[in-house]
Design a protein around this ligand. Structure first.
Ligand code: ECB
Length: 134
């Protein structure tokens, strides 16, 4: 049985989100607002199908995918770039590779106890976010 990411996850902390946003070319004003946010994640996992909804007081972002199936991702409300994304399992980690204009772009999710981790990568920047099961 693979890990079950399903559930509601509340923001706990983040690390180097500023560096990640700078790598994505996010403007100053947006970065100032974005780094104060405490987003919530709602994840639905049904076999190999996932939906991840990230919500905040400023912007919301949703994505749906199946493991191993490449999809067109439109990062609307984030950096607004499009990319081709694919999510695979690396053991109990979910690993997304986002191929497009930005090198080395992607993210990983894993669970430790009742905490959900998210590592966001872009170019030479790595940001980590931690969430706790609601
Ligand atoms: C949606 C809440 C955050 C809104 C931040 C608004 C502006 C900042 C612009 C760009 C920063 C890039 C990403 C924001 C970080 C997190 C949002 C979701 C990141 C993501 O891809 O999550 C994955 C894995 O959970 C599913 O989409």
């Amino acid at each position: 049985m693979p890990v079950d990411f399903s559930g509601t996850w509340n923001f706990v902390s983040s690390d180097n989100f500023e560096g990640y946003m700078l790598a994505l070319g996010i403007d100053f004003a947006t970065r100032k607002i974005a780094k104060l946010l405490k987003p919530k994640k709602v994840i639905e996992q049904d076999g190999d199908s996932f939906s991840i909804h990230t919500t905040s007081t400023f912007r919301n972002y949703s994505v749906q995918f199946k493991i191993g199936e490449e999809f067109e991702e439109d990062n609307k409300g984030l950096d607004n770039r499009k990319c081709k994304s694919v999510v695979t399992w690396d053991g109990d980690k979910l690993v997304c590779v986002q191929t497009g204009e930005k090198k080395n772009r992607g993210w990983s999710h894993w669970i430790e106890g009742d905490e959900l981790y998210l590592e966001l990568r872009c170019e030479d920047q790595v940001s980590q976010q931690v969430f706790k099961r609601a």
